[in-house]
Ligand binder design. Structure first.
Ligand code: UT7
Length: 321
């Protein structure tokens, strides 16, 4: 038995900050941001708009595409680093919004690799036979944990949500998932505050993303190169067997390095980093939904998703649409 994606959805908050807006706030330039990252603009939430709001809209879009109602969903997984509350989980809040009651619902925290982790977990639940129809969401309001005076981080991120419906299938859908982490790199990309340490920073609204960008960059390029090899080997596939790469959208230079490793033309790489910035756990499902709705990725094609993020965490999913 396999699991297969049968619907996709996404949502971006209406407010847009482009690089020229940032030029007015910081010592930065459109040229630097485009050259170093590929980002032109990003969407950000307004006061009162939350991760669950974005998750709900993306989830409804995915359910509509898959033709599913609340009664069909028996598993909800939300990948997020920016939950609405300490608890209940954003998955429980989303469950209530969607008027779904009693099914399994929980959050996953693997930062930018969160959606890949969530898809990996959903696949295992479905293959085990315990669940039949999962709603898997990546949703973030990273703008809430950015220091808007720190040009080395705040220009990079954006807010958004993406979702998929994953169902039981006799035909192959998700072929394999590969999930990794190494906590020895905890301080290279972090928000050094939390409930049981640095709670004062949380209360003061000073819990911000800190990143040693250059070191993260090098690790990301090397690690994503390795995960590509691991994924192909596990499936006994060649580089040329992959039709589409849907990478985490952190930096166009990292994306191009992975595409090069796969000997893949950029026409077959889904790129949204220019329009969305880095939306952490939301970036892959957002990009995937864009490409599916534009009918670029077609039924039966083979797709590799890959991500790298804080932890460090990294992983991949190989699937047939
Ligand atoms: O999603 C999770 C994974 N995250 C990532 O994969 C992000 C990985 N890292 C990166 O994408 C890149 O390292 C960055 C885009 C964050 C930075 O690019 P870089 O080429 O590694 O630049 P750098 O950090 O080495 O900085 C180069 C220069 C510095 O100036 P000096 O010291 O050479 O005078 C920075 O101060 O660029 C300066 N700089 C900026 N200048 C204008 C840094 N940020 C900015 C900025 N505007 N926003």
């Amino acid at each position: 038995m396999y699991s297969r994606i049968t619907g996709t959805g996404s949502y971006l908050p209406e407010k847009i900050l482009d690089n020229h807006d940032l030029e007015k706030m910081l010592d930065t330039s459109d040229e630097w941001i485009r050259d170093r990252t590929g980002i032109k603009k990003r969407h950000v939430v307004v006061d009162g708009e939350t991760t669950c709001d974005l998750a709900e809209k993306s989830a409804r879009n995915a359910m509509e595409m898959a033709g599913k109602t609340a009664d069909d969903i028996d598993l909800i997984i939300v990948a997020t680093t920016t939950p609405d509350r300490i608890f209940p989980s954003t998955a429980c809040l989303l469950q209530q919004r969607l008027d779904i009651h009693g099914c399994t619902a929980f959050d996953i925290q693997a930062v930018c690799t969160g959606f890949v982790y969530a898809l990996g977990v959903a696949d295992k639940f479905i293959r085990s036979g315990s669940h039949k129809c999962a709603l898997v969401v990546g949703a973030e309001t990273l703008s809430r944990i950015l220091d808007w005076t720190d040009r080395t981080t705040c220009v990079l991120f954006g807010d958004g949500a993406g979702a998929v419906i994953v169902e039981t299938s006799e035909a192959p859908g998700i072929l394999s998932t590969h999930l990794h982490a190494d906590g020895q790199y905890e301080n290279l990309l972090t928000v050094p505050a939390g409930v049981s340490s640095g709670y004062d920073k949380l209360l003061a609204g000073e819990a911000y993303v800190q990143m040693r960008g250059n070191e993260v960059f090098k690790m990301a390029v090397n690690t994503l190169g390795r995960i590509v090899d691991e994924t192909l080997e596990a499936n006994n596939m060649k580089k040329s067997d992959i039709d589409w790469l849907v990478p985490h959208q952190a930096n166009i230079r990292i994306i191009k390095a992975t595409a090069k490793k796969l000997k893949m033309h950029m026409d077959h790489v889904v790129v949204t980093v220019d329009e969305h910035g880095n939306t952490s756990a939301a970036s892959i499902p957002l990009a995937f939904d864009v490409a599916v709705r534009e009918e670029r990725i077609k039924p039966g094609e083979t797709v590799m998703m890959e991500a790298f993020g804080g932890g460090f965490t990294w992983g991949s999913v190989l699937l047939k649409l």
